[in-house]
Design a protein around this ligand. Sequence first.
Ligand SMILES: C[S@@+](CC[C@H](N)C(=O)[O-])C[C@H]1O[C@@H](n2cnc3c(N)ncnc32)[C@H](O)[C@@H]1O
Length: 222
Amino acid sequence: MAYDFDKIADNYDSLNHLMTFGMDRLWRRRGAKWLTRGQWRPKCLDVAAGTGDLAFEMYRSGADEPIVCVDLSKKMLEIASNKMALETECIIADAESLPFDNGSFDCVGCAFGIRNFVHLEKGLTEMVRVLKPGGRMAILELSTPDNPMLRPFYNLYTRCIIPLLGEKIAKNREAYTYLPESIERFPKGKQMRKMLEKTGCKVRQRKIFFGVCRMYKCTKKQ
Ligand SMILES: C[S@@+](CC[C@H](N)C(=O)[O-])C[C@H]1O[C@@H](n2cnc3c(N)ncnc32)[C@H](O)[C@@H]1O
């Protein structure tokens, strides 16, 4: 069963920015810029949109309004629609069964959401289905750095400091213990690229901040 983000919605944004030293905003911005590059007012979908920060970056990068936000969590989407100075259409729906016709969007983005899908391949296939041929999909996901020299620092930070921050700020140690565990279990690099290629996309991977974040740039084949 998918984790219930309603439980941590109130403190989600502040903890995110704190844990990443504000870099999460830059990572989403990078994804949004690639998605919208060279397009005039593309129609964009933010999958597992949460509190809508990727949708906001899509807007800043020139996406057409309304930007469609899909998420399972009602509370996360409420925060998204309240904080937005832009027009969004927020829909409570499962990424594994998106309520849109084939080829409905020029761009599909998903930031830090796919790690939570129950059936990853099903979710990815759905996201590509609703994308127009030639359209772009950007997936941002947290991952473990490849460099073994960085691992002790990474492990200390994610296994000790993040759960502590979760306990103190979100009053939920469990959720922030689950976070590093789910990152370690999740496919990355070549494995992820192969899975995405199977959905019918050309895929390039970019490591960001030593591979702590990865961006998969996917273009749907014509
Ligand atoms: C870590 S948050 C990411 C939120 C946001 N995209 C961001 O950039 O911060 C993960 C979000 O994925 C949503 N989610 C998990 N599984 C989902 C699914 N199958 N369909 C739609 N949303 C899902 C959760 O409700 C949660 O809001």
